[in-house]
Design a protein around this ligand. Structure first.
Ligand code: CUA
Length: 314
């Protein structure tokens, strides 16, 4: 099958499940297509105008037959539904130990950054056997991050984060495509995923130019943009402290609560009026149009790093 390339390589933990569901769907559709077309031809020949077949018996109703053609498809479709739903939930809930990789789509390239610092363009290096969560954003229009060998595809949508996760199962080089028409050079918005041995990956990580970590870059922006003036760690500032924020429940104005994940932090920075924290004055300005998606993701990574005790001084 792999030599024929009827099918893309399969190189992620979710791949087998997706393929089996696909085979089931194709099998059910194929079986009924063949059945229906065969019966059409049989009846067309049997009841052609000059055939002597008996037409006198009119059938007014047949309960067992009607039950069969209602219940059998219903059962087959329920299997599709529950099987698909269980795969979907597995697919969209990253394991807690997944490492984050930030992906920004723009016309017409993919920019990727590992929290440790390395940046890549249209290429992603990952070790085999470890889960990764992709946090996707777009600088302009909708793009879609598609790795056929991993059986994953997720849109990158302007103004929000979307996520996706994978765990690669075999070392190799796999295609990356943009799967959403995004303008003139959409078809050239492609790249490669390199799945490496853990040892080779460590070499790769340490071999590149020693880049600044995302959290350190975020700390720089945090200081440059004046965020540190209000968000003082001991809560004595005009804004809430951000230490311990990530992953916590936040009380908002009006008694609502919000879970502080990547999307929440992003929304607080870009549309602060929507997620106002209870007991603080509405003085936070929006940073929409002020910072790029990459800078934003670095600030988010910096705010996450405040949880781990290893506080990076801005
Ligand atoms: Cu980006 Cu198509």
């Amino acid at each position: 099958m792999q030599q024929l390339q009827l099918f893309p390589n399969r190189a992620s933990t979710i791949g087998t499940g997706v393929d089996h569901l696909y085979f089931y769907l194709v099998g059910v559709s194929g079986f009924f297509s063949i059945l229906i077309f065969t019966l059409i031809f049989i009846f067309a020949i049997k009841y052609r105008r000059r055939s002597p077949a008996d037409r006198a018996q009119q059938i007014a109703g047949n309960v067992p037959l009607e039950l069969a053609w209602a219940l059998i498809p219903f059962g087959l479709e329920m299997i599709m539904f529950f099987w698909g739903a269980s795969l979907y939930f597995r697919h969209y809930q990253a394991p807690p130990d997944a490492e984050d990789i930030y992906v920004v789509g723009k016309q017409w390239m993919w920019k990727l950054q590992h929290p440790e610092g390395p940046r890549e363009i249209n290429e992603l290096h990952v070790p085999v056997g470890r889960p990764f969560r992709l946090i996707l954003a777009s600088e302009d229009v909708i793009h879609s991050f598609y790795i056929p060998a991993f059986r994953i595809k997720q849109d990158a949508v302007p103004g929000m984060y979307t996520t996706e996760w994978f765990q690669a199962t075999s070392v190799g080089k796999y295609h990356l495509f943009c799967a959403e028409y995004c303008g003139t050079n959409h078809s050239r918005m492609t790249g490669w995923i390199y799945v490496m041995d853990p040892g080779d990956y460590q070499n790769w990580l340490s071999g590149g130019a020693p880049g600044e970590s995302m959290a350190a870059a975020g700390a720089r922006h945090f200081s440059r943009l004046g965020c540190a003036g209000c968000h003082v760690p001991d809560n004595s500032g005009r804004g809430p402290s951000l230490v311990g924020l990530y992953g916590s429940q936040v009380r908002l104005v009006g008694g609502r609560t919000a879970f502080a994940d990547d999307s929440y932090i992003r929304a607080c920075i870009m549309t602060p009026s929507v997620n106002r924290v209870a007991n603080y004055p509405p003085i936070m300005p929006t940073f929409r149009g002020v910072i790029s998606e990459e800078e934003l993701s670095q600030i988010v990574e910096y705010i996450k790093s405040l949880n781990q005790g290893a506080r990076i001084q801005p």
